[in-house]
Design a protein around this ligand. Sequence first.
Ligand code: CS2
Ligand code: MG
Length: 402
Amino acid sequence: MKIQAAKVIVTCPGRNFVTLKIVTDQGVHGIGDATLNGRELSVVSYLEDHVIPCLIGRDPRQIEDIWQYLYRGAYWRRGPVTMSAIAAVDTALWDIKAKMANMPLYDLLGGKSREGVMVYGHANGGDLEETIDAVGHYIEMGYKAIRAQSGVPGIKDAYGVGRGKLFYEPADASLPSETVWDTPKYLRFVPKLFETLRDTYGFDHHLLHDAHHRLTPIEAGRLGKDLEPYRLFWLEDTTPAENQESFKLIRQHTTTPLAVGEIFNTIWDCKDLIQNQLIDYIRTTVVRAGGITHLRRIADLAAIYQVRTGSHGATDLSPVTMGAALHFDSWVPNFGIQEYMRHTEETDAVFPHAYRFEDGFLFPGDTIGHGVDIDEKLAEKYPYKRAYLPVARLEDGTMWNW
Ligand code: CS2
Ligand code: MG
């Protein structure tokens, strides 16, 4: 059996997606997501110019060998571009293998460990009142877990505040838009937000929050401590994770559970935080961290330390990543939660998929493979549109972490 052809499909049904399609000489095809938000075309080139020529003629059944070949063989290891490209190949090959085995991917991985995958949705509003209402709306929709982000008095564009009831899409400008950040205002506001949420809705739902890398370690410690009475499911990305030592400081000050890892690419990025028990949830997902093959290694390492998974699932992870992640989540023994930011109808139409939402859970469906495909004809109708994530500055103009 041989890989006969592979091609990259770029489409923008409301936002950009990069998809790899691999076809075998026996007519089976698999697809993988290669979307890297704001840097999409670098992965297109990596795949078309450097990976696809090496794939043609290889045996698609040898997923592990192909993974090692692409990882070790590049000499230049890790990094988001490389690992997104490897992930796309790996996801497509697992899709093919599961189709050949006539099984849903979760069966090939070892079978279901649970019936449904608990997801959290994104409730957000321009101010406290709007955010309280938005959380109520998610509760009505059946969500068991809800992330709350809110506009902060005195801050013009706080992170995570969307433009509609169900959708939040930060990469929406052809050049990065500039936002202004003020930590003291944010730190004063967030505990009030969660206090009001608990007063309004009680403690029956899981609440989550994302600080999006804005804080210093000691500020993160203080926020975690201030939020303890409201029993968050997790507090995410409090501080940039390049210097992982700094998480020791945060841990000394708070028992609020911590989640990190959506921008990590390999097990090497996760290892110290996991082994030192400095986090509670690891957020790596299929496209960002080398596909199913590598994500499985990260999850197994995490399991030893009782760290659970909480895969990234923002809209820049295409339905292909969501489908593959749901099969992974259904199997992985140390599953925690799955992020679920809904895609638009346009996106869903381009990527027909077997997964469905019901009562706070996503179900991967029983279709063979990972259950997601691409409608190439429809995809052609939406040409690539350059789009960037915003940047953030402090009030005096200093660049900060968006
Ligand atoms: C976020 C993302 O979902 C999350 O937790 O941090 O919205 C993130 O900003 C985007 O995925 C960036 O592309
Ligand atoms: Mg996040």
